[in-house]
Design a protein around this ligand. Sequence first.
Ligand code: GAP
Length: 437
Amino acid sequence: MQPQTAALMDKLVSLCKRRGFIYPSSEIYGGLNSCYDYGPLGVELKNNIKSCWWRAMTYHHDNIEGVDASILMHPRVWEASGHVEGFTDPLVDCRKCRQRFRADQVEGKRCPDCGGELTEPRLFNLMFKTFMGPVENQAAVVYLRPETAQGIFVNFLNVLTTSRQKVPFGIAQIGKAFRNEITPGNFIFRTREFEQMEMQFFVRPGEDSEWFERWREERFAWHQSIGIRAEKLRWHQHGKDELAHYAKAAFDIQYEFPFGWQEIEGIHNRTDFDLGRHQEYSGKRLTYFDEARKEHYLPYVVETSVGCDRTLLTVLVDAYHEEPAGDETRVVLRLSPRIAPIKAAILPLVRKDGLPELGQNIARDLMRSFRVFYDEVASVGKRYRRQVEIGTPYCITVDSQTLQDQTVTVRDRDSMTQERVATGALRGWLDVRVRYD
Ligand code: GAP
């Protein structure tokens, strides 16, 4: 059972803090608005999500290559991409309380907080600016990238020539992006520093619509492959007024959060906009020569773009369940075993008769392949509860029978069923259940 929607976010934020998934950034100084740090469990979960995406994109497709481009790029990149001119939100200020709002999110001319008069809207560029080198003048301005995609476009020729790929092929990247959002919020849903997982797929013009449909289907399935419930996902097609400046067509995958249906991933048909602009601004020819057809063309791009932090919030919201357990309520994070931060906990039933030593040996063996956790403190029931609350899918109990026949009990988090598994077979048993392939 999931708690009432309003309470769910509060409970989740508190669980994340209490169990070490996510902390407010610089907390000992009072925190920094909309910035968060991932703790020991959060970083595992995040790495697992990234790894599932990376495998799905690069390992599962022999025509997709990976890159890791720098965050700071030549400032002309952002002129070519259209971000200097057009990556803006309309901003209004309250003349009385000084609060700022996105103009498209307030109704009328009065401040939603204090009723004060609002200023006329003005355009606010969302890119973070900084200076390269010791002199802080206009010539030294560089931007923190607001999307990872441009690091891919500027490397199109490099990857094409070094990988010997042929169109159609893709380039995938995971990395940080920065946007000076006017209204960040809803925990890690909208922040000013976040990670994106983007893939640009280069195709022959005319074949873009077909590829667009293929990628839409594949990306929708990916979210389910990491455990997100299908009934909580839906499509939203961008109307003409919503389309980004580079897009011919765009669909969002949306998830039903406690605060409404929201975008988690965008699939965009970017046409040859970006390569065309970079060709124009850099003066470098970026066309592709199709040997079979003996023709030169600028490839079209189908982009899949998903936020890593936003996916992490989605899986947490989707997994959070409460169940009655006697007089108490048991919290269960029903995370897919593929992304759960801890794959198994090893629990000796009692702290005597050599069971702790046996348990530690099992943990030492498994930890070379999986993130596991050894725990001998408190009753076994309490130890189970601690694990299900953080989404650990399997608890391995070492008991007196283990001494006789070298088997352990493995308890499943969701069904609570138990089975005996030989200690020598544990590694393979776990592997098929937690591996993403
Ligand atoms: N390259 C295309 C692009 O960046 P976008 O729709 O602006 O498209 C793609 O962003 C994804 O990045 C979003 O679906 C979302 O998951 C994530 N994202 C965007 N802004 C974000 C923010 N301020 N905080 C967290 N995630 C964000």
